[in-house]
Design a protein around this ligand. Structure first.
Ligand code: CP
Length: 306
């Protein structure tokens, strides 16, 4: 049995298989309408979510399966003190596969060691978010046409942004990738990522504090929200929350075919006026999340279309 806890749990070849299957599902959704008939997905969300939980549920329903679960720790027996280990032992007999989001780094990994069904990490604290990475890769592959030869700018909260951490881990495995990291000093990516992932893979990497300075060189701009829920004090959050705001004026500096991605939710970091720019693809990106999660569920359950 296979779990998805880190983006590195999938080889480049397995990633390609999932992205290819997601593409087939987009082209011919009816073929997959019963692929998971009789199967159940449990969504165990100890932290808020809109896209991840609902797109997982939509994915399983689109495959003809069923869903059950909880959307907050408060509405589960975690509120009474139950451990993740005990919860997953029980859920293993209620469902065939589960997606878990948890505020503590490593909680889905712990769950996977006690589980007899595949566990998918749907976001663990400031650590990883591998299914957002699959969503991002499908978006880039589909709308940009390639996963190599890219200069990728990551902007905003690179310290706590788990989507950034996971996507960096995934992209370093493709050819001719360059990173531009745009953040205030307090929100730089963790040192382990810079040293053990970016530098260790010899990825050219520039660090910058002014977004306009680097806009002309980017093929992709990955904007992120400052993660209020991970700050220890509100003063720091208020000081840093509007460090970068992408607006139409800044978009004038960008290449004609640069794409703007954002895992969403957005707060202030992209002005609404940017939404009508054809290079702003974050809502399309959220839509791709359903198809790639359908493909992932099929692969982990080892089911074929019927
Ligand atoms: N991108 C993402 O994880 O969104 P949600 O927090 O709404 O699931």
């Amino acid at each position: 049995m296979k779990h998805l806890i880190s983006p590195l749990d999938l080889s480049v070849s397995e990633l390609k298989d999932i992205l290819d299957l997601a593409g087939e599902i987009i082209r011919n959704p009816k073929k997959y309408a019963n692929a998971c008939h009789g199967k159940k997905l449990a969504t165990l969300f100890y932290e808020p979510s809109t896209r991840t939980r609902l797109s997982f549920e939509a994915a399983m329903l689109n495959l003809g399966g069923s869903v059950l679960g909880f959307s907050s720790a408060d509405s589960s027996s975690a509120a009474k003190g139950e451990s993740v280990a005990d919860t997953i032992r029980v859920i293993s007999s209620y469902a065939d596969i589960c997606a878990m989001r948890h505020p503590k780094e490593g909680a889905p990994l712990v769950a996977s060691t006690y589980s007899s069904i595949p566990v998918i990490n749907a976001g663990d604290g400031g650590h990883n978010h591998p299914t957002q990475t699959l969503t991002d890769l499908l978006t880039i592959q589909t709308l940009k046409g390639r996963l190599n030869n890219l200069t990728v700018g990551f902007c905003g909260d690179l310290k706590f942004g788990r989507t950034v951490h996971s996507l960096i881990n995934a992209l370093v495995r493709y050819d001719n990738i360059n990173f531009v990291l745009i953040s205030p000093d307090e929100l730089k990516i963790p040192a382990y990522l810079k040293e053990e992932v970016i530098d260790a893979n010899h990825i050219p990497c520039q660090e910058e504090k002014v977004l306009e300075n680097v806009m002309p060189q980017l093929d992709l701009l990955y904007m992120t929200r400052v993660q209020k829920e991970r700050f220890f004090n509100e003063e720091d959050y208020i000081r840093l929350k509007d460090s970068f705001i992408l607006d139409s004026k800044k978009m004038e500096y960008a290449k004609k075919d640069m794409l703007v991605l954002h895992p969403l939710p957005r707060v202030n970091e992209i002005s609404n006026e940017v939404d009508k720019d054809p290079r702003a693809v974050y809502f399309k990106q959220a839509e791709f999340g359903i198809y790639v999660r359908m493909a992932l569920i099929m692969k982990l359950l080892e089911v074929e279309p019927c």
